[in-house]
Design a protein around this ligand. Sequence first.
Ligand code: SF4
Ligand code: SF4
Length: 285
Amino acid sequence: TYLKTGLSKETMDKTLKHPCYNKNAHDNARIHLPVAPICNIKCKFCNRKFDCQNESRPGVTSNLLTPEKALNTFEYYNSKVENLTVMGIAGPGDALANFDKTKKTIQLIRENHPHVAICLSTNGLLLPEYANELNDLGVTHLTVTINAVDPTIGEKVYDYIDYKGTRLEGIEASKKLLENQLKGLEILRSLDVMCKVNIVAIKGVNDFHVKDVVGKVKSLGVTLTNIMSLIPVKGTAFENHESMSKKELTKLRRDCDMLVTQMFHCRQCRADAVGKLSEDISQAN
Ligand code: SF4
Ligand code: SF4
């Protein structure tokens, strides 16, 4: 099973109604509320004019919402969309780099709609700092994107990180980011939070290393991973980089599925996506 052991019944039930975590929950809907504009790292494949690519489709810019507007938006779609069982924050920057906005949004949704699963995605830099508080706030689902577990490979994926007022670059940046991502997963292991690790596979850069990432996070209690193929974006170092073919991605997922359950149905949604996964709609539509 993809379910982590030790989850409460409530979190397990919410997981069964989360269409990303449970492929059989295809009739359940999720909404991404774009409340988090800032990012605290720089991935080489990201053009910060667009939404975070750790969890979303490249080349799309979502309209920002305040936490109060986010609640209104949730309520509007809750009355229109059937089975809205998940509220996620997936950018447009990093959910934890905008902690006040993220926290306020979670509180508003929790107070008014306690049956809804609260789902975040993050690059993990601030995870050790916030993991316990996220659990206390009622976050049930958390995605951490980890593209390398070897800093010399991480260095090829990340330009820099901004951490506690200091900018770190190169190997120092990828070391610190990795340290915090792994520390964060270690803390989450014993909490009532269902975790998923996303991996952006980049041909010739980290694709051969993805299995190592999966193995490492498995050792930290992660039971579900989602390998996504890099989609090159203009104005980035990977602008002209060749993407993995569908066949290559499926093979990589199958190989890794021997270690940890893989997500095969990720749609690389927008930071303002809403509805069932099969309906590709956003709040702008
Ligand atoms: Fe871009 Fe997301 Fe990476 Fe930040 S974490 S640089 S928003 S892809
Ligand atoms: Fe789910 Fe993938 Fe869409 Fe995230 S990007 S909401 S994991 S389908």
